[in-house]
Design a protein around this ligand. Structure first.
Ligand SMILES: Cc1cc2nc3c(=O)[nH]c(=O)nc-3n(C[C@H](O)[C@H](O)[C@H](O)COP(=O)(O)OP(=O)(O)OC[C@H]3O[C@@H](n4cnc5c(N)ncnc54)[C@H](O)[C@@H]3O)c2cc1C
Length: 325
C-alpha cells in the first residue's frame, strides 16, 4: 500500500474542504481499504468521515418520508423492527449482504458508493478500460459474473450494491454536500449512465459527501420485496437480484418499480417494463411480459447467458410475492 495521510473530519464542511484532488473519503473502510491494499486506489490523503456527528440513524416524519443518515451502519438498519415496518425491503436486501462483520463496519453511503467487483478491475496488474486502459478483458475472458445488458461500450462490470436497487424501487433520493453547496438527486442518478462511456462509476463530484438518503412519502406507500440469487448462501455478491415495489389494491399493482442488480453496470430499470403491469390485475403472464420487456435488449457474453432466464424468473417471483402479500 502506498503511504497516505490520514485526517478525521469532525464536520461535513471540514470534510468537503479536505476532499481535494488525490483525497478519498472513508466511512467503514471495508471497500476503500481493500482497494488501497490491492493497489487499485492510491489516495494521498484519506478523510475519515466517522467523526462527523448527525449522519447516523434514521427518522420517519409522517408526510415527509423517511431519512437515513449516510454513516448509519448497515446492521442498524437490518436489525430495526421499526424500520422494517416502514420499509421492509431494506431488511430483505441487507439480510444477504456480505457478512455480519462487514454489515457492522459498512455504512449506507459506502454501500451505495462501493466500486464494482469485476476481477479484472480488481487486479492491479490488468490495465482494463475502467482503469484507463483500452479494452474490457471480460468481453473475451472469464465473464460469467458480468453484465448482460446496458453495457454500451467499454466496460462489462455490474452494479454490486444490494441496497441500491431496493432503495431505487422506493424512489429514494440522496443528498450530496460539497464546498459549493448542496444538491439532491435521485439515487438512480448516482450511477453513471454507461452510454456516456465515462470511466467514473458514480456521479458524485470530487469533494462531495453523501450525507443522507431520503425515501419520499409516495415511495413508502409501495409494498416492496427483494430477491437475490447467489453462488453460495453467504458472503457473496448478487449474481442477479431484483427489487420490486408497487402499491397494491384489488389485486392490481400500481405505479410499480422493478430494479435489477448484478446484470448491468448500473441498477437496471426499464419504464416500459413497469408500464406492462401498471394498473392491471396481476397474473403470471403479465409478470413474464414485464420481465421480457426489462431484458429485451440483453446481449449476454459467452459465459453469462444464464443470467437472463434467472433474472426473468426472479422478476416473476418478486411480482407474485408483492401481489400476494
Ligand atoms: C467479502 C465482501 C463481501 C461483500 N458482499 C456484499 C454483498 O453481498 N452486497 C453488497 O451490497 N455489498 C457487499 N460488500 C460490500 C460492502 O457492503 C461494502 O464494502 C460496504 O457497504 C462499504 O461501506 P463502507 O462504509 O465500509 O465504505 P468505505 O469502504 O468507507 O467507502 C466505499 C466508497 O464510498 C466512498 N464513501 C463512503 N462513504 C461516503 C460518503 N458518506 N460520502 C462520500 N463518499 C463516501 C468512499 O470514498 C469509497 O470510495 C462486500 C464486501 C466484501 C469485502
Amino acid at each position: 500500500m502506498k503511504p497516505f495521510a490520514y485526517v478525521r473530519a469532525t464536520s461535513v464542511a471540514e470534510a468537503a474542504r479536505l476532499l481535494g484532488a488525490g483525497s478519498a473519503a472513508m466511512a467503514g473502510g471495508t471497500d476503500l481499504l481493500g482497494l488501497m491494499k490491492g493497489g487499485i486506489a492510491a489516495p494521498a490523503r484519506v478523510v475519515d468521515l466517522t467523526g462527523i456527528d448527525g449522519l447516523r440513524g434514521w427518522s420517519r416524519e409522517r408526510g415527509a418520508g423517511l431519512r437515513i443518515g449516510a454513516l448509519t451502519p448497515l446492521v442498524d438498519l437490518e436489525t430495526s423492527d421499526q424500520l422494517a415496518r416502514h420499509l421492509p425491503i431494506v431488511r430483505a436486501a441487507l439480510a444477504d449482504t456480505a457478512t455480519l462483520q462487514l454489515r457492522n463496519a459498512g455504512t449506507v453511503g459506502g454501500n451505495l458508493l462501493q466500486r464494482n467487483r469485476c476481477w479484472y478491475f480488481r487486479d492491479e496488474a490488468i490495465p482494463c478500460w475502467l482503469k484507463g486502459g483500452t479494452r474490457c478483458f471480460a468481453s473475451e475472458g472469464e465473464n460469467e459474473h458480468h453484465a448482460v445488458i446496458g453495457t454500451a461500450r467499454g466496460c462489462n462490470r455490474v452494479a454490486p450494491s444490494d441496497l441500491a436497487p431496493a432503495l431505487i424501487a422506493h424512489d429514494a433520493r440522496v443528498t450530496l454536500v460539497g464546498a459549493r453547496g448542496t444538491r439532491s438527486i435521485a439515487l438512480a442518478d448516482l450511477y453513471t449512465d454507461p452510454a456516456l462511456h465515462s470511466r467514473d462509476e458514480h456521479t458524485i463530484k470530487r469533494g462531495e459527501i453523501l450525507t443522507e438518503v431520503h425515501v419520499p412519502e409516495a415511495g413508502l406507500q409501495r409494498r416492496g420485496t427483494y430477491l437475490k440469487a447467489m453462488e453460495r448462501k453467504t458472503w457473496s455478491f448478487a449474481v442477479v437480484s431484483v427489487a420490486a415495489a408497487a402499491r397494491v389494491r384489488d389485486g392490481k399493482l400500481r405505479n410499480p418499480r422493478i430494479v435489477l442488480g448484478g446484470v448491468a453496470p448500473v441498477p437496471w430499470r426499464v419504464e416500459a417494463a413497469e408500464a406492462e403491469i401498471d394498473g392491471h390485475p396481476f397474473s403470471d403472464e403479465l409478470a413474464r411480459r414485464a420481465a421480457d420487456a426489462l431484458l429485451a435488449d440483453a446481449a449476454p457474453l459467452a459465459k453469462n447467458g444464464y443470467k437472463v432466464p434467472l433474472a426473468k424468473e426472479l422478476v416473476r417471483r418478486a411480482l407474485a410475492a408483492i401481489a400476494a402479500a
